[in-house]
Design a protein. Structure first.
Length: 321
């Protein structure tokens, strides 16, 4: 029996993917006043950062993973990232029930997530994730050329991930959609389970793969917009990780390394040249379910990508209001 247990433990250990990065602690990092309501974590201990990924997901091609690593590096704290492969993508539930498996995730915010988890209230990708382009089958472009209003879009069916906040918005506007696991959405589009797959202007390159999905292309005429923030969410009570991500993102925005990452990452570097946003018809959807805190955060950023030519035009910080 003992040998069986040891063998099982060995298999479990081997099945986990470890990515370790150690960053020297700055000698003169700015001091923060103590928060007596929460325990203080020694800054010399490496942060334990735990993620999950579904089979087939290449995190090196995901801009949010790159932003996570940048924030951790800029936090000036040593850290260790552990990634565990899981069969389905339900990170919010896992973080609540098993923070030892996953203690940080990026996802579109909703009131239930902000109540149950701990959001880092800096909207990722400069708050522009609410501006969507559409992935479609190549033979569908003529139908999208005829779409002039949100009501016209109701004749077509969207593909949306399970538990994504987008489903509430589409339901509110009576736009039909089909949900699926994130990893299954592109195959579902290929097999005509839906007509379009809306993706942020900074995200579409993560999915668009001419070799893997030769029938799928970027729709050329529309820009869909609904206010949306994607946050890093941290497991409740993990003050050290929350502070590190908050401070790291603030530093990256201030010293322009955030924009430099967007300008160099293969998923985001050419978006403004590729998408020709000024020439697209803008369709705007109301998002009535945002919390007041998130509305205030998005108002600080207040960027319209149709007025932006290059990533350098994003500036180094949010606008003051």
């Amino acid at each position: 029996m003992g040998s069986c247990v040891r063998l099982l433990l060995a298999v479990v250990v081997i099945s986990l993917t470890w990515v370790t990065a150690l960053v020297p602690v700055a000698a003169e990092s700015p001091a923060r006043p103590p928060n007596p309501s929460k325990s203080q974590t020694p800054t010399t201990e490496p942060l334990q950062v735990r993620l999950t990924r579904t089979e087939g997901t290449d995190l090196d091609n995901v801009i949010y993973f790159a932003l996570l690593k940048l924030a951790l590096e800029k936090s000036q704290r040593p850290f260790e990232i552990k990634i565990t492969e899981v069969p389905t993508s339900t990170p919010a539930i896992r973080m609540i029930t098993n923070p030892e498996l996953i203690n940080v995730v990026w996802m579109g915010t909703a009131q239930k997530f902000e109540e149950q988890l701990w959001p880092v209230r800096i909207p990722l990708l400069r708050g522009l994730v609410g501006y969507k382009v559409l992935l479609i089958r190549k033979d569908m472009q003529p139908q999208f050329d005829r779409i002039k209003t949100v009501q016209d879009l109701a004749s077509l069916k969207a593909l949306v991930g399970l538990s994504w906040v987008d489903t509430d918005i589409f339901t509110h506007h009576k736009l039909p959609y089909v949900t699926g696991e994130y990893s299954s959405l592109m195959p579902m589009l290929t097999s005509a389970r839906g007509d379009y797959y809306p993706r942020s202007i900074f995200e579409f390159n993560q999915e668009l793969d001419p070799e893997k999905y030769p029938a799928i292309t970027l729709e050329s005429s529309l820009l869909l917009h609904y206010p949306l923030a994607i946050y890093f969410f941290v497991a409740p009570g993990n003050q050290a990780l929350h502070e590190a991500l908050q401070e790291g993102l603030e530093r990256a925005l201030a010293d322009s390394s955030y924009n430099q990452l967007l300008a160099s990452h293969p998923v985001t570097r050419d978006v403004f040249q590729t998408l020709q946003l000024r020439n697209r018809r803008l369709l705007t959807l109301e998002h009535p379910f945002l919390t007041d805190e998130t509305r205030a955060v998005l108002a600080k950023y207040d960027l319209n990508p149709q007025n932006i030519s290059t990533i350098n035009d994003l500036g180094t910080s949010h606008h003051a209001h």
